[in-house]
Design a protein around this ligand. Structure first.
Ligand code: HEC
Ligand code: HEC
Length: 476
């Protein structure tokens, strides 16, 4: 990478993509496939509706009262999400005054805090700078099957009626593949006046949900006093829907679409309906065409299988590793046990599966049907370090059973006991740009993600397999 490019990448942190491109003499648009560096290589976005990305639309405008735009938390350089590292840099560069640092949902809690000094702000926004977490507040549903009998929030937000939960922004790209909007699906739920996403109603359901979401995000995150106009909401959804984002270059393996491979955003942008549809490749009867499930979820790097190290010194070694990682994702046996949303709903104690049983959408990796699952990421008993999160104690109104969790997830929308700790299976593209991982940022790295699965399901992943899986995930 040239020095100039490196300077560009560094300054993106504060200026945001619009500011930086304008500072380089660019106009209000970003060229398609503009290279954003990350630790693994280069990430790119393609706008399928044009040759460039318009950076002047409402997505990039301050439409509320606190200076925030959608881009405050959904940044091109971070795969249209955020990374904790970038937020930390933003804090240092602005001394904690960038609009992401606002107390409505950016601070750990919004009472008994002092944001008048840099030191005060550093403390108040520590979850944002350390883990990239936004405070999401949801009221306990009126007819919930449980009572909240205790909240131990280390930052003071202990209200049992309105729970504070801490979540990572989801990327606003590759959205045509979504089968549910938000970690807990709340923007695709009758409870919130939005629609469940189904094969029969797609894509109208998704478009309606995203429109609703854009209005909610402006009212909430940006503290708007006047809601978005329908035209503004429409422009935001059109913009989001036009984006395809993926890792394009791996520093050691080279371009991810070289030598027959199909990585990168250009190839991804060609995957549209009918190549993708809600329910595609679902292993549990959700496929509307009834086609048999294939565990071969990803085939992007099949052409690199067994690449010989002598070919081009270095790159082939890495290509072979990425291809092995893909094969492991597709085939390494995982015995799925104790996952709410699978084992309980199907009434099967053990389901022989793979990564792709849950990440079943071909070459995208999200769950192709709405299927909130509890794999244990928010459970207080998780092997992940969740010490920085609240401990929320719930009691079932009928059975008296007690559960402790750091985030009840889907249950806060449906009120159902069985939904405690359930979250959607997210899209797995552009991962290298947006650490940490999982809804609560509890996996600092992709290595940590693999360690979690290895322990949670006793997978028996060897150190070499872990390396290969991580190389593969970083190439997505
Ligand atoms: C202060 C940070 C912040 C701002 C500003 C923000 N978002 Fe988000 N966004 C988040 C977080 C956090 C989530 C995930 C929350 C959850 O699931 O509970 C999210 C989720 C989303 C999703 C869901 C994607 C998916 O896979 O389900 C979309 C779409 C989205 N935001 C669009 C927008 C738009 C449009 C705007 C501007 C109007 C915006 N956001 C402003 C933090 C932000
Ligand atoms: C039993 C279902 C299931 C299996 C099996 C599974 N996942 Fe997941 N995966 C999920 C769910 C659900 C989430 C979201 C969890 C959360 O954040 O609470 C997730 C999240 C992730 C994330 C984080 C993405 C992000 O944006 O934060 C990665 C990476 C991931 N999975 C990779 C894998 C890999 C690799 C395997 C195989 C070793 C695997 N998964 C196996 C269901 C599953």
């Amino acid at each position: 990478m040239s020095k100039r490019m490196k300077a560009v990448f560094a300054s993106v942190a504060v200026a945001g993509v619009g500011g930086i491109w304008a500072a380089q003499g660019g106009s209000g648009s970003l060229p398609n496939l503009f290279p954003f560096a990350n630790e693994a290589g280069v990430l790119e976005t393609r706008n399928t509706n044009g040759t460039a990305l318009d950076l002047t639309g409402p997505f990039f405008q301050s439409l509320g009262t606190n200076g925030r735009t959608c881009e405050t938390c959904h940044r091109a350089a971070q795969g249209w999400g955020t990374s904790a590292d970038e937020i930390k840099r933003r804090f240092e560069q602005t001394q904690g005054t960038d609009p992401i640092f606002r107390t409505n949902d950016g601070s750990n809690c919004d009472h008994n805090i002092d944001t008048s000094t840099v030191g005060g702000r550093r403390k108040a926004y520590s979850l944002l700078t350390d883990k990239g977490l936004i405070r999401v507040t949801v009221d306990v549903p009126a007819n919930a099957e449980f009572n909240v009998i205790g909240v131990l929030n280390p930052y003071g937000c202990n209200e049992p009626v309105t729970l504070s939960m801490y979540r990572r922004p989801l990327p606003t790209t590759n959205l045509r593949f979504l089968s549910t909007v938000m970690w807990d699906g709340r923007e695709s739920s009758t409870q919130t006046g939005t629609q469940k996403i189904t094969f029969a109603t797609n894509p109208a359901d998704l478009l309606a949900d995203l429109t609703h979401q854009a209005v909610d995000a402006t009212n909430g995150h940006a503290q708007a006093s006047v809601p978005l106009t329908p035209a503004q909401a429409q422009a935001i959804v059109d913009f989001e829907m036009s984006l395809s984002t993926a890792q394009a270059v791996h520093f050691k393996a080279g371009p991810l679409d070289a030598n027959g491979a199909k990585g990168g955003p250009v190839e991804l942008s060609t995957v549209t309906t009918p190549a993708f549809f809600v329910g595609i490749n679902d292993p549990l009867g959700g496929n509307p065409h009834g086609t048999a499930f294939t565990p071969a979820i990803f085939d992007l790097f099949s052409a690199w299988t067994g690449s010989s190290p002598s070919e081009d010194g270095g790159a082939s070694v890495r290509r072979a590793s990425i291809a092995r990682g893909q094969a492991l994702f597709n085939s390494k046996p995982i015995l799925i046990q104790g996952v709410a949303g699978l084992n309980d709903d199907l009434n099967v104690a053990s389901i022989p599966g793979t990564c792709g049983t849950c990440h079943d959408s071909p070459n995208v990796g999200n769950h192709s049907v709405s299927a909130p699952l509890n794999i244990g990421v928010s459970d207080s008993s998780s092997s992940l370090n969740l010490k920085y999160l609240p401990v929320i104690k719930l009691q079932n109104k009928v059975t008296g059973e007690i559960r402790t969790t750091t985030d009840p997830g889907r249950a806060m929308i449906t009120g159902q006991w069985k939904d405690v700790g359930r979250f959607k299976g997210p899209i797995l593209r552009g991962l290298a740009s947006r650490a940490p991982y999982f809804h609560n940022g509890s996996a600092d790295t992709l290595e940590d993600v693999i360690d979690f699965y290895n322990k949670r399901f006793n997978v028996g992943i060897t150190p070499q397999e872990k390396k290969d899986l991580v190389a593969f995930l970083k190439a997505l």
